[in-house]
Design a protein around this ligand. Structure first.
Ligand code: BMP
Length: 245
């Protein structure tokens, strides 16, 4: 294992806040997005364990401005940079250094690039800085079946072999989440996008064995994000209670 501290911290946040929600933020209107995210961080503090920030936001706000926000809320959340990395090693190494130094606790990378000369740049930087790595092993859109899903088993093995903290797998195809849990046991966190706007019901990912659900527009686009987060938490509580039986 990388012993990154990311895994321990996100589980601590989940426990403290009784929350399995990782909020996905993808808004892209420059400084306005920073203010919006800042307001969401203030209001959702008791209900959300982690914040995943996507490329549209990073590109429109710039890293410096995001870094200030991430460092300001560092005690309250874990922050995940969702660049879905997929380059050669030296570029992955440079990109990950910039993101980790900006304050992100973990980076999401594609796994299909393989380790040697690819993922190794990210894993080495993560290890050096004691930060987290999350590998995409399947995606929530139907096209994931074309190329990624046939190799999901190999991607999970890569994540396990190199000590990733977690993987992303789709709440829209629960059989895959179940398979990943069976293979990985408790060695990997499973984060599942695809609930809410993309169609899977809240709690679907958890019911298949995931640790967290990645939820974006259902909460960020709600007129009352706190109420929506509470609604999701109630459903999660119900599913987790069933899972414990
Ligand atoms: P939403 O709940 O608004 O559909 O957002 C889902 C989030 O999860 C987005 O940030 C997207 O980048 C991410 N995601 C996804 O939807 N499917 C995947 O397979 C992997 C992802 O990271």
């Amino acid at each position: 294992m990388l012993e990154s501290g990311f895994r321990r911290r996100i589980l601590e946040k989940a426990f403290e806040k009784e929350s399995r929600i990782v909020l996905a933020f993808d808004e892209h209107n420059g400084e306005e997005a920073v203010s919006r995210l800042s307001a969401l961080c203030e209001s959702l503090c008791e209900h959300v364990a982690g914040i995943k920030i996507g490329l549209p936001t990073m590109l429109s706000t710039g890293l410096n401005s995001l870094s200030r926000l991430v460092k300001r809320f560092n005690e309250d959340y874990v922050f995940i940079s969702d660049v879905k990395m997929a380059d050669v090693s030296h570029v992955n190494s440079l990109t990950s250094r910039l993101l980790y130094e900006a304050g992100f606790d973990a980076i999401i990378s594609h796994g299909f690039i393989g380790y040697e000369g690819g993922l190794e740049g990210l894993f080495k930087e993560a290890k050096r800085l004691s930060k987290g790595v999350i590998i995409v092993v399947s995606m929530s859109h139907p096209g994931s079946r074309d190329f990624i899903d046939p190799v999901v088993g190999g991607l999970v093995q890569t994540a396990l072999k190199h000590g990733a903290d977690g993987v992303v797998a789709p709440a829209t195809r629960l059989r895959i989440v179940e398979e990943v849990r069976k293979t990985a046991g408790s060695s990997l966190l499973i984060l599942t996008p695809g609930v809410g706007v993309q169609g899977a019901p809240y709690g679907a990912g958890l019911s298949a064995g995931a640790d967290f659900e990645i939820i974006g527009r259902s909460i960020t686009g709600s007129l009352n994000p706190v109420e929506k987060a509470l609604e999701v938490k109630r459903e999660h509580g119900r599913i987790l209670a069933q899972r414990a039986c």
